[in-house]
Design a protein around this ligand. Structure first.
Ligand SMILES: Nc1ncnc2c1ncn2[C@@H]1O[C@H](COP(=O)(O)OP(=O)(O)OP(=O)(O)O)[C@@H](O)[C@H]1O
Ligand SMILES: [Mg+2]
Length: 268
């Protein structure tokens, strides 16, 4: 592994978080769901965030997505502070930072066809001079689907894996800089999960997209990521290249997570 992996150029950094903290509640009873988290993400990099349930992964994701007020800390996209963006600036941020969540069904209106769902999402692009229809088709093809076969389908006519791929296509349609996938493959069976992971993996070839892949399963982490961040009780306890974290974990907690994975070393 290249020494410089740990010391990216400023120009290479797409997203940087510094001291991000989120507390819920007040006084002594307050929960520090995310506690002083700092990391940087390079262009085209896939980072996996792992940690057990309640460790703060989704809270971190929702802060990065600017869906949750930030208690303290700062974050920057392409060198611009985005911690307190509002109005038009925030709209543009929401275009550049896209998310895919665990349950694709809940994101669908059951009465909307795929075409209508994608069109509605495309509203964020209305100020830009884009041909929404061709953008939609290109995004579906990027996730290995034939537009003609799925555009007029309704959610109940699609499999879980197809729905999840459509959600990824919906995100890609925005041509984001950063894609956040929070447990996006956790509900899928093993073969569908592999398909979706491969889709994400192939997307990194498009060097402009960085992916933050969130999972409680460290076994999924090593499959596709360049770097692994380990969270425990809101804190970042480990941050390193995937190989180092898997084969030479520094933290006891990471060792425990790894011990729970059967035959981990066969996965990658
Ligand atoms: N809106 C909220 N109000 C109060 N506490 C919250 C809120 N959202 C999350 N928490 C708490 O913050 C902590 C972190 O939750 P979070 O959902 O980020 O964990 P997670 O790592 O995503 O877990 P999982 O793997 O189960 O999805 C938990 O203790 C949770 O109870
Ligand atoms: Mg979560």
């Amino acid at each position: 592994m290249n020494e410089n992996m740990n010391k990216p150029n400023d120009d290479d950094i797409v997203f940087a978080a510094s001291g991000l903290t989120k507390t819920f509640g007040r006084s002594e009873k307050a929960i520090r769901a995310v506690d002083d988290v700092s990391f940087a993400m390079r262009r085209g990099e896939i980072i996996t965030v792992v940690g057990e349930s309640g460790s703060g992964k989704s809270t971190l994701a929702r802060m990065i997505l600017r869906l949750l007020p930030i208690t303290s800390g700062t974050m920057a996209l392409n060198g611009t502070d985005v911690t307190r963006l509002r109005g038009r600036g925030l709209q543009e941020y929401w275009r550049q930072v896209q998310a895919v969540f665990q349950d694709p069904f809940s994101a669908f209106n059951q009465f909307f066809s795929v075409r209508r769902l994608l069109h509605r999402s495309g509203k964020l692009l209305r100020h830009a001079d884009v041909d929404l229809d061709s953008r939609m088709r290109a995004a579906l093809e990027q996730v290995g689907m034939h537009p003609a076969e799925v555009l007029d389908k309704y959610p109940h006519e699609l499999s879980g894996g197809q729905r999840q791929r459509i959600m990824i296509a919906r995100a890609l349609m925005m041509e984001p800089k950063l894609l956040i996938a929070d447990e996006a493959t956790s509900m899928l069976d093993a073969s569908l999960r592999a398909t979706i992971l491969n889709v994400l993996f192939d997307l990194r070839a498009d060097a402009d997209l960085s992916v933050l892949f969130i999972t409680h399963d460290i076994g999924q982490a090593c499959y596709l990521s360049d770097r692994v961040l380990v969270m425990q009780h809101g804190k970042l306890v480990e941050n390193g290249p995937t190989e180092d974290v898997i084969f030479n974990p520094k933290h006891d907690y990471t060792q425990r997570l790894l011990a729970d994975v059967p035959r981990l070393h066969d996965v990658g």
